[in-house]
Design a protein around this ligand. Structure first.
Ligand SMILES: C[S@@+](CC[C@H](N)C(=O)[O-])C[C@H]1O[C@@H](n2cnc3c(N)ncnc32)[C@H](O)[C@@H]1O
Length: 214
């Protein structure tokens, strides 16, 4: 698949080229790579990124939240889809140098107007935003999934869609993502399923049975 806007496509191709050099560097580093993880894009990956793009285009949310901008790979997909449906994307990232790079890329793609870049600890930033959130991508460090969920769950709109990455891989993240999955499943109004897309996406929908027309 390609983006219909050539500026977005050009930025995307730059990310794909960087991914190849990242992969080669990480292979060479072996286990030492984890300590240097902030140097790498660590993106959701192509399959998951297009899945998120399609979901946004199909559901037309108004307010989208991304937790974990990193260098902006997933942000590019979310922002392109957001522009198509007239949505606003809020993206949160701890590392200012990563988010600065993401902002430059989104500007080059002509998508910066759609994105509200917020730099800081997502736990603080989430507490400051009243919501509502219609669509959320959770993709920051895995031990933060459940604490972040506790903060944004009360601000989810009815029928909000929630996608969380790395639910299957890497294996080292499994104890953290399991806690998150249990927290989501404990909510009576969340329907959720694990999808074998990319590194494992948990797709959850806030669904109020009281609103159902039977
Ligand atoms: C896996 S990467 C995100 C990848 C990105 N979503 C993509 O697909 O291109 C996780 C990001 O979460 C960020 N992060 C870690 N702790 C954070 C925190 N407390 N608040 C905000 N961002 C955080 C890291 O700096 C890192 O850039």
């Amino acid at each position: 698949m390609t983006f219909d806007d050539p500026r977005v496509q050009a930025v995307f191709e730059g990310y794909q080229a960087r991914l190849e050099t990242d992969a080669a560097t990480m292979r060479a580093l072996g286990p030492e790579g984890f300590a240097r993880r902030d140097e790498f894009l660590l993106p959701v990956g192509l399959e998951a990124a297009w899945f998120l793009h399609s979901l946004i285009v199909a559901r037309a949310p108004k307010r989208i939240l991304e937790l974990g901008t990193s260098y902006g790979y997933s942000t590019l997909f979310l922002a392109d889809a957001a522009r198509k449906v007239g949505a606003q994307l809020v993206t949160m990232e701890l590392a200012d140098y990563k988010q600065a790079h993401a902002r430059e890329q989104l500007e080059a793609a002509g998508l910066a107007d759609v994105v509200d870049f917020r730099c800081g600890d997502a736990l603080d930033l989430l507490a400051q935003d009243p919501g509502p959130w219609d669509f959320v991508l959770v993709d920051l460090w895995k031990e933060l999934y459940q604490p972040c969920f506790d903060l944004f769950y009360p601000k989810l709109s009815d029928e909000a869609v929630l996608c969380s990455d790395n639910m299957i891989e890497p294996a080292a993240a499994r104890p953290s993502v399991r806690k998150y999955r249990e927290a989501v499943r404990a909510k009576a109004d969340m329907q959720t399923a694990l999808l074998p897309i990319g590194q494992g996406i948990e797709l959850s929908v806030k669904w109020n049975a009281g609103n159902a027309k039977l």
